[in-house]
Design a protein around this ligand. Structure first.
Ligand SMILES: CC(C)(COP(=O)(O)OP(=O)(O)OC[C@H]1O[C@@H](n2cnc3c(N)ncnc32)[C@H](O)[C@@H]1OP(=O)(O)O)[C@@H](O)C(=O)NCCC(=O)NCCS
Length: 168
């Protein structure tokens, strides 16, 4: 698949058509059912930490294949609010690529930590984050409608594939 990550809009900037495509991406990607209004009110500002993956020159809702939304959380910490690729785009390195794009942008703006919430059953995502230096710091009961969640946190840094013990 030829595709590209581009700076993305924030939830509040989206038309209904866009929001509907994202709703479907979330439903299919995470099993999480959102209302249109709850997507538009996600706590994500318009800023450099938002990315979308497109598989055509045109940045349209029809060519969107993935989404990374983040938000400044504390002074030096960024929070991942949503990170989803559609099924056909997974396992090809697109997630790794945007992780490094995010790290590059935010490290130069003095962010040092990254934190997020993930379902305890989402082994793939948890190992993706662990490989990138994040650790489970708290169990979340009642955060997800069903099942246990974890809060994960770690230093914001690049991840170099095939080098699982990167030199600091
Ligand atoms: C989690 C997610 C964002 C990761 O992105 P991705 O593009 O699939 O990940 P990559 O292709 O960059 O692969 C990352 C690692 O996962 C591993 N991986 C690839 N395919 C895999 C698979 N089928 N199962 C488990 N791990 C796999 C790779 O070995 C790779 O390891 P590396 O970094 O050492 O090379 C993506 O899979 C996704 O959208 N999943 C569904 C939604 C979701 O769970 N979001 C997170 C919610 S918190």
């Amino acid at each position: 698949m030829h595709a590209e990550w581009r700076q993305g809009p924030s939830p509040k900037q989206l038309t209904l058509e866009w929001t509907e495509s994202i709703r479907q991406l979330f439903l299919e990607g995470t099993g999480e059912e959102y209302f249109i209004g709850s997507i538009q009110s996600l706590p994500v500002p318009e800023w450099e930490g938002n990315f979308m993956l497109f598989d055509s020159e045109e940045s349209s809702h029809k060519s969107m294949r993935g989404l990374l939304w983040t938000a400044p959380f504390k002074e030096d910490t960024v929070r991942i609010v949503s990170f989803v690729l559609d099924a056909g785009a997974r396992g090809k390195g697109w997630g790794s690529l945007v992780w490094n794009m995010l790290a590059e942008r935010l490290l130069s703006n003095n962010y040092k930590q990254i934190q997020l919430e993930v379902r305890a059953s989402n082994e793939r995502a948890i190992s993706f984050y662990r490989e990138r230096g994040l650790e489970i710091i708290q169990e979340l009961h009642g955060y997800y409608r069903q099942g246990l969640g974890y809060m994960m946190r770690g230093p914001l840094r690049f991840h170099h594939p095939n080098n699982h013990t990167p030199k600091e």
